[in-house]
Design a protein around this ligand. Structure first.
Ligand SMILES: Cc1ncc(COP(=O)(O)O)c(C=O)c1O
Ligand SMILES: N[C@H](C=O)CCC(=O)O
Length: 429
């Protein structure tokens, strides 16, 4: 068994001062009944914990580290920019460069506003959509997670699918959530029904074009196309939350890969290179409602922060100049997730694997996972057992069944094979 004494001691200390000992519930390991590892250093595809255990990192900070941890290009950009000051609360040239690059990469984005997190990005995009349409109601999908703003904590995925926990957060007033309608992922009829019932009242439909917060659930053929069409027909704003998929499924994200143009998009994670960043952008006529140009207020002391911009620009520029990154991570994805699928099939266990490119989830259910209901058929205690075994063998997987695993271009076939050997040992094949 790996020695985790220091992590355990740090966790005890942390719990005295930080709720649950962590600054975000998803990293608490509560969903797998374990003690979180405290990380002291990360390099390329590895994490090093407080007890000096070396772990193959299949989380990548929940997505941002597409080039691996501490990538020299990103690191150099940060080291250079900090000499000039950490924050000015004033406009900088780098923000133009970032905005221009995002608009060039994504044809659907004509204007973009930088914020500090994915939560801010989705919250602000919805406000802009409401300001633009003059309507109040929005549709989100069961099991999709868009951060922790009040109106979006309704049937949300990620840390909210806490077994035994509340599906919706306490502290959210009914008033905040009353305009949030929920539809079923991969079920267009459920969307159509809401549009029928609330004719002329829907400001926006927000979804993860590839869901990754109830584990990974790709959209079925025609699902996104039909949603695009109904939004156009009904005058609702289609928002793709690409906080995970943006710049990961392809340089132009899920919208490029799947060939669908949303009206607004939200980004986070990769766009900040590991710094706290989010962004929302899209059609000019919608973005022009945002202050100071229009009546929709949205602001941020640290928005467009020079250090965050430098890290994000460096990472996006690298991705733009090295398209082979996508070939590498997708091939690694095929090797890892395809390999896991072969192992569970050989073992004859009730498991299924969903993946697309470099993100994937092994579900402990024999059902084909296509929505929130089928995802929730997974046996979380079996996942917890598997997670602990894999962690002990040095593979840092998602510490919850309903999350994605992430690959980077720093991973090697050797890493994947080592992980697959551990999985094969676990499943006894
Ligand atoms: C799809 C999606 N949207 C929004 C968010 C919220 O981003 P953040 O955690 O940066 O607030 C996340 C992740 O947390 C996410 O996965
Ligand atoms: N599922 C979340 C991100 O995509 C997990 C990250 C967090 O909330 O800390």
């Amino acid at each position: 068994m790996a020695n985790t004494q220091k992590s355990a001691a740090l966790f005890s200390e942390a719990q005295k001062y930080i709720p649950g000992g962590v600054n975000s519930p998803a990293r608490a390991f509560q969903a797998v009944g374990d003690t979180p590892r405290f990380i002291k250093r990360a390099e390329a595809q590895y994490l090093y914990d407080a007890d000096d255990n070396k772990l193959i990192d299949y989380i990548g900070s929940w997505g941002p580290m597409i080039l691996g941890n501490n990538h020299p290009t990103v690191l150099k950009a940060v080291q250079e920019v900090i000499r000039d000051g950490l924050s000015f609360g004033a406009a900088t040239e780098r923000e133009i460069y970032m905005a221009k690059m995002v608009c060039e990469i994504l044809p659907s984005v004509e204007m973009v506003r930088m914020v500090n997190s994915g939560t801010e990005a989705t919250m602000s995009a919805l406000r802009a959509a409401r300001g633009y349409t003059g309507r109040n109601r929005i549709i989100k999908f069961e099991g999709c997670y868009h951060g922790h703003s009040d109106g979006l904590l309704v049937k949300a995925g990620s840390g909210l699918i806490a077994e035994g926990g509340t599906p919706d957060s306490a502290g959210v007033t009914p008033g905040c959530a009353q305009d949030t309608l929920t539809a079923k992922y991969n079920d267009f009829e459920s969307v159509e029904k809401l549009f029928d019932t609330y004719k002329g009242e829907i400001a926006a439909v927000i979804l993860e074009p590839v869901a990754a917060n109830m584990g990974v659930v790709p959209p079925e053929k025609g699902f996104l196309e039909k949603i695009r069409q109904i939004c156009t027909d009904e005058g609702a704003v289609l928002i793709f939350d690409e906080v995970i998929t943006g710049f990961r499924l392809s340089l132009g994200g899920a919208q490029e890969l799947l060939g669908i143009k949303p009206d607004l998009s939200t980004f986070g994670k990769i766009i900040g290179g590991g710094m706290p960043v989010g962004a929302y952008g899209g059609k000019k006529e919608i973005m022009e409602v945002v202050a100071p140009l229009g009546p929709v207020y949205q602001a941020g002391t640290l928005s467009g922060n020079p250090v965050a911009m430098a890290a994000g620009i460096a990472q996006l520029t690298y991705l733009k100049e090295h398209p082979q990154v996508y070939t590498v991570i997708n091939e690694l994805g095929q090797r890892l997730y395809g390999g896991l699928a072969e192992i569970v099939e050989k073992a004859g266990v009730s498991c299924s694997v969903n993946y697309i490119g470099s993100i994937g989830t092994l579900y402990f259910t024999g059902e084909k996972v296509r929505d929130f209901a089928t995802a929730k058929t997974a046996d979380i205690s079996r996942y917890a057992d598997y997670f602990k075994f894999m962690m002990d063998k040095g593979s840092y997987f998602a510490p919850a069944q309903f999350e994605a695993m992430f690959l980077s271009s720093a991973h090697t076939e050797g890493d994947i094979d080592r992980t697959l050997e551990s999985a094969a040992e676990y499943f006894g094949v």
